[in-house]
Design a protein around this ligand. Structure first.
Ligand code: ZN
Length: 68
């Protein structure tokens, strides 16, 4: 992920102090590479669903052990 300054068209990986442009100090920074962010958010959703399924399976297994 990199940042892009709309004022001086600075491009870099890190923003300056307080999230401002290190070149001109403008706060109008834009983040690039949002596609990767969306993809990781989608992965998180699937991971949460998988975790829920695992918990359901575990609950069923425990219930079967307690009440045979
Ligand atoms: Zn700038």
């Amino acid at each position: 992920m990199s940042i892009y300054c709309a004022d001086c068209s600075y491009r870099g990986k890190k923003s300056g102090q307080g999230g401002r442009c290190p070149a001109c100090g403008s706060p109008t920074l834009r983040r690039e590479g949002s596609d990767a962010d969306t993809a990781s958010a989608g992965n998180g959703k699937w991971r949460l669903l998988l975790l829920g399924l695992l918990w359901a399976l575990l609950t069923v297994l425990i219930a079967q052990k307690l009440w045979p």
